[in-house]
Structure formats: structure tokens, C-alpha cells
Ligand binder design. Structure first.
Ligand code: AMP
Length: 266
């Protein structure tokens, strides 16, 4: 497995590949778990080569968020990727490798997809996401890029960016991987004790079991969850929807840790 610490070294390798070799790209922020590896496996099935990036992107964190303490576990991550058969990892040694010096151009995510849900609680977050994802897409030059449904709104925002900029790549959505309790796997779960993680499985159970969003929010609050939003939307997040095929999305705090999840409802 090749590991590139600079953009130029990665790009030189990328240019050396044969024109007909297909590339699957999996962008991550590291602290890798089974969720990330499921994206890698899917990419391996559908492409000749798989590239993973590990970059904790400062511009998608708010001033009071956990950028500084976000888990960084390079050695373990690289071992996991090696064991998973990944071909190349882009692990920039500094923010400048991705942002350049004095590069101030930013992408604004589609407002119709970002003024609600996560966007209400994390202003500017999706602008940071689409800006870094476009940069990484330009560097990786992949045929396909793999994203998890765990971050459902992010997935829609990235699909919209790819379409709005006529990007010549396919954005592939992959199902959410969960712990045995039902808790969606996340790098941030390690902020919780094992016992708290088991109790946080109540989010998934409640989203599934309870009929109305208000009732589900009430049930979660009773068990000590601080609910930020719990809403039903149509699948492309263009409007809220209370019946039929729809997506139920949740964000909230448990034991001081912010958790998000979503499921499909019928
Ligand atoms: P992150 O490292 O949190 O930025 O996530 C990198 C990619 O992995 C994103 O596309 C996430 O949606 C995806 N991902 C994170 N957790 C999961 C999960 N539990 N199941 C599936 N995909 C996930």
C-alpha cells in the first residue's frame, strides 16, 4: 500500500496509472472503523484500484466544535487499510497540502439543502465539506467516490455539488454500519463509555419503532437524550413528509457527545 504525505507525490502516482484503470475513492477523517471499511469493500468490488484519504478538515468544524480533540490514530488506520487491501492512501502532512497557501476560493453548498437539519445547528459546516470534497476530488481524479448514508444530508449535498459542477464521477451511497446495540458506528463513539454506547442504541430502536417524530423525540428525552432535531423528510430532502416512503433524521447529545443517525421509513 502506498502512503502519500504530499499532494504532489500523490498526483505523480495518480498520473502514472494506466488510463483504463478505474479508481474508487473513499474520503475520510480517520479514526477508521467498520463503517469506513464497508465503503472500502464496496469500492474494491467496483474498481481496479482503491484510494482512501485521511484528512481532518478544519473548515467543516465550528469554533466550539471538536476539531482539536477529534481522534487521530494514523498508525492504526494505516494498518486497517493495509489489511483491507487498499492501494493508496493520501494522508496530507499539513492542511496546506489540501488548501494550498493563500487559496481562498470556497464552495457554497446548495442552500436549499443546507438551511435545515444539520445546517441549522452547524452553520457553514456543509460549505467546509463541499469545499474540501471538491479539492479532494480534483486531487484523486477518481471514477467513483463512496459516502455513507450515516451522514445522509452530507450525501445529498455532495451529490448536488457533483451535479451542479458537472463532475465526471459517480457518487455512490453506502448503507450505515451499526454496533450490536444499533448505534451507528462513528469515530466520535469513542468519546462514550461502552455502557453509554449500548444505551445509545436506543436512538436507532426509537427511530424505527415509534410512529410519529414528536413521540419519538419525547421517548428519547425521557432517556436522557438532548434532541436537536428529529424530522421526517422526503428522500432527496426537498420537503418534510409525514407519511409514505421517507427519511427520518435525528441529531442530539448523549452524555455530552453529539450523535446523528437516520433511517428509511415506509
Ligand atoms: P468521516 O471519517 O466521519 O468523515 O466519514 C467518512 C465517510 O465514512 C463518510 O462518507 C461517512 O458517511 C462514512 N461513514 C461514517 N460512519 C459510517 C457508518 N457507520 N456506516 C457507513 N458509512 C459511514
Amino acid at each position: 500500500m502506498k502512503v502519500f504525505r504530499t499532494r504532489l507525490a500523490f498526483q505523480n502516482w495518480r498520473k502514472s496509472l494506466k488510463i483504463n484503470q478505474t479508481i474508487g475513492f473513499v474520503p475520510t477523517m480517520g479514526a477508521l472503523h467498520e463503517g469506513h471499511i464497508s465503503l472500502v469493500r464496496r469500492a474494491e468490488k467496483e474498481n481496479d484500484l482503491v484510494v482512501v484519504s485521511i484528512f481532518v478538515n478544519p473548515t467543516q468544524f465550528g469554533p466550539k466544535e471538536d476539531f482539536k480533540k477529534y481522534p487521530r490514530r494514523e498508525k492504526e488506520d494505516l494498518q486497517l487499510l493495509r489489511d483491507s487491501g487498499v492501494d493508496a492512501v493520501f494522508l496530507p502532512r499539513s492542511v496546506h497540502e489540501v488548501y494550498g497557501f493563500g487559496a481562498e476560493t470556497k464552495v457554497i453548498a446548495r442552500p436549499s439543502l443546507t438551511t435545515m437539519l444539520e445546517g441549522r445547528f452547524r452553520p457553514g459546516h456543509f460549505d467546509g465539506v463541499v469545499t474540501v470534497v471538491l479539492k479532494l476530488f480534483q486531487i484523486a481524479q477518481s471514477h467513483r467516490a463512496y459516502f455513507g448514508e450515516k451522514d445522509y444530508q452530507q450525501l445529498q449535498v455532495i451529490k448536488a455539488m457533483a451535479s451542479d459542477f458537472f463532475l465526471d464521477l459517480k457518487v455512490v451511497a453506502c448503507p450505515t454500519q451499526r454496533e450490536a446495540s444499533g448505534l451507528a458506528r462513528s469515530s466520535r463513539n469513542q468519546y462514550l463509555s461502552k455502557e453509554a454506547r449500548d444505551r445509545a442504541g436506543f436512538i436507532y430502536q426509537t427511530l424505527n419503532r415509534v410512529k410519529s417524530t414528536s413521540e419519538a423525540a419525547r421517548a428519547l428525552k425521557k432517556k436522557g437524550f438532548k434532541v436537536q432535531y428529529l424530522e421526517d423528510w422526503d428522500l432527496d430532502l426537498s420537503s418534510q413528509k409525514t407519511k409514505g416512503l421517507r427519511r427520518r433524521l435525528f441529531a442530539g447529545f448523549f452524555n455530552g457527545v453529539r450523535l446523528i443517525d437516520n433511517i428509511q421509513k415506509k
